[in-house]
Design a protein around this ligand. Structure first.
Ligand code: ATP
Length: 219
């Protein structure tokens, strides 16, 4: 689904990410861990196509990323990228419109129900707690039904109940074939991950990998 071939990121002469080879198939759940400043968010930006590789290349379905891929990649960074003055519904309509999501209002209602924020659709985003803002941000990324979902610390600041809800939502997407990559300080939160990606001082190591098929066999 996504393949990094000796892809690196260099900024102002500094190597933020050393050349990395990495392949993620459809329906894979991967965690990304490492100390602060290691390059985890940089790796997400690279996978999202936000930053082009300085060297090497990145391929989606065997092709260079293009505008066509935008709706296929959902990205949740630590900043929400929502408009504080607009209501939750207005925000989701705006982003859904950008991706030409079909039956947009139905889709918004569906996601609001799934992520338990139906009652907050009419509230401005600026009055939402962190937990609600995180869920709306996740809904924004899920609107176009992305095939690759990239999340930077999606459990940060969530109480255990909401954390469980978000985990369930992600598990469902993986089961449906979405490739999900989660940056987290606490990989224990995702014990079912197929792959653990460790980043340290810009160097990426895949510390464990298991195909879904072999996991299914073990059940
Ligand atoms: N736009 C940028 N230009 C130049 N350097 C950057 C830029 N963004 C981040 N960096 C640097 O790249 C390195 C990796 O940053 P990154 O945000 O990827 O780390 P991280 O592992 O996600 O950290 P954290 O756990 O604190 O979020 C850091 O040294 C950071 O200062």
């Amino acid at each position: 689904m996504i393949e990094l071939r000796r892809a690196s990121i260099i900024r102002n002469g500094r190597i933020l990410l050393y050349p990395v080879n990495l392949t993620l198939e459809c329906g894979v759940l991967a965690t990304v861990t490492g100390p602060n400043g290691a390059g985890k968010t940089t790796l997400l930006r690279l996978m999202a196509g936000l930053w082009l590789p300085s060297e090497g290349e990145i391929l989606f379905d065997g092709r260079r990323p293009s505008v066509r891929h935008r709706g296929q990649i959902g990205l949740v960074l630590q900043e929400s990228m929502l408009y504080g003055r607009l209501t939750v519904q207005e925000n989701l309509r705006f982003f859904g419109g950008l991706y030409r999501v079909r039956d947009l209002d139905d889709r918004i209602r569906q996601l609001a129900k799934e992520l338990h924020f139906e009652r907050r659709l009419g509230d401005p985003v600026s009055v939402l707690s962190k937990g609600y803002t995180q869920r709306v941000t996740l809904a924004r990324a899920l609107l176009p039904k992305p095939r690759l979902l990239l999340l930077d610390e999606p459990f940060d600041g969530l109480d255990p109940g909401v954390r469980g809800l978000v985990k369930d939502v992600l598990a469902l997407r993986v089961a449906e074939g979405t490739t999900v990559v989660v940056v987290t300080h606490d990989p224990e939160l995702m014990p079912n991950a197929d792959m653990q990606i460790l980043v340290n001082r810009g160097r990426v190591t895949v510390v464990s990998s298991e195909t879904r098929a072999s996991r299914d066999r073990a059940r």
